[in-house]
Design a protein around this ligand. Structure first.
Ligand code: FE2
Ligand code: FE2
Length: 265
């Protein structure tokens, strides 16, 4: 997907300067996520090329799509009257550790979990934000990131098939990332709340729920979420079990999102 971005018809304005600055923080965080996504996807494409050229091509396109998002966000930050800011301490630490990851399974699982909290945040923000230009941006991001989640589940399955011994380590990583990522709203809320209006507890619970749901239908992956943390947020096993319709992490879900123009956000 690399269509040009329709520039805002009128200047992007907010009710207060506080809201505008919070929007800048919000979309700066999104920018960093895209940037890390491009890097990791292209890195994976490079490694995978030797054993599956077609999968490598998918990974390359996936990275390119994150690149398209990055350029949209760069433009949009300008429309907001700001620019790309240096990363904060928490963000910097996260991405620095992640950039050091070398194992395929580690990169794919981390990517998958980042995509999940990203799409959860965009979707919740879309429910609260009324500024039209910001909504347009959020709609594109929500639509595409929701496609990246099943894509990464597919990558993970392919990587695990080649290295079944990686499972115990992956389970530990899943729990470690799970507990770290549900704490992220503690750092993000003071910065972005004035824009996205998502309460701290709401966002923490949503992260726990969506990260917990990730593998609820993918039994073959055998990755169960930390039940103590789920209980802490009042999430029951029944809530993890998806309702009717295809699982949002399935190949079916990805196929339904192939033509992005048909996706209803
Ligand atoms: Fe993206
Ligand atoms: Fe993505």
């Amino acid at each position: 997907m690399s269509e040009p971005y329709p520039a805002a018809a009128e200047p992007v304005t907010f009710a207060s300067d506080e809201e505008r600055r919070a929007a800048l923080n919000f979309f700066n965080a999104a920018f960093r996520a895209e940037e890390s996504g491009i890097h990791q996807a292209h890195e994976l494409a490079h490694v995978v090329a030797s054993w599956d050229p077609e999968l490598a091509e998918v990974l390359r396109l996936y990275g390119d799509e994150e690149g398209w998002h990055r350029s949209l966000l760069t433009e949009f930050l300008g429309e907001l009257g700001g620019q790309v800011q240096p990363m904060g301490r928490v963000t910097r630490t996260f991405y620095r550790i992640y950039a050091r990851a070398k194992r395929l399974d580690t990169i794919v699982l981390t990517n998958l979990m980042f995509e999940t909290i990203g799409s959860t945040t965009y979707r919740l923000a879309l429910g609260n934000v009324s500024q039209p230009a910001a909504r347009r941006m959020l709609t594109i991001l929500t639509r595409d990131e929701a496609f990246h989640v099943p894509l990464n589940v597919h990558f993970l399955r392919r990587v695990l098939a080649r290295d079944p011994g990686a499972r115990p380590r992956l389970r530990r990583l899943y729990w470690l990332l799970f507990s770290s990522l549900v704490l992220l709203p503690l750092a993000s809320r003071p910065k972005a709340f004035a824009f996205d209006r998502i309460e701290r507890h709401t966002l923490m619970r949503a992260y726990a729920l969506e990260l917990g749901r990730l593998f609820a239908r993918e039994h073959d992956l055998d990755l169960a979420p930390p039940s103590l943390l789920l209980r802490l947020f009042g999430i029951s096993p029944a809530e993890l079990r998806p309702g009717s319709g295809p699982s949002p992490t399935s190949v079916e879900a990805a196929e339904r999102a192939i033509d992005r123009a048909d996706v209803v956000v």
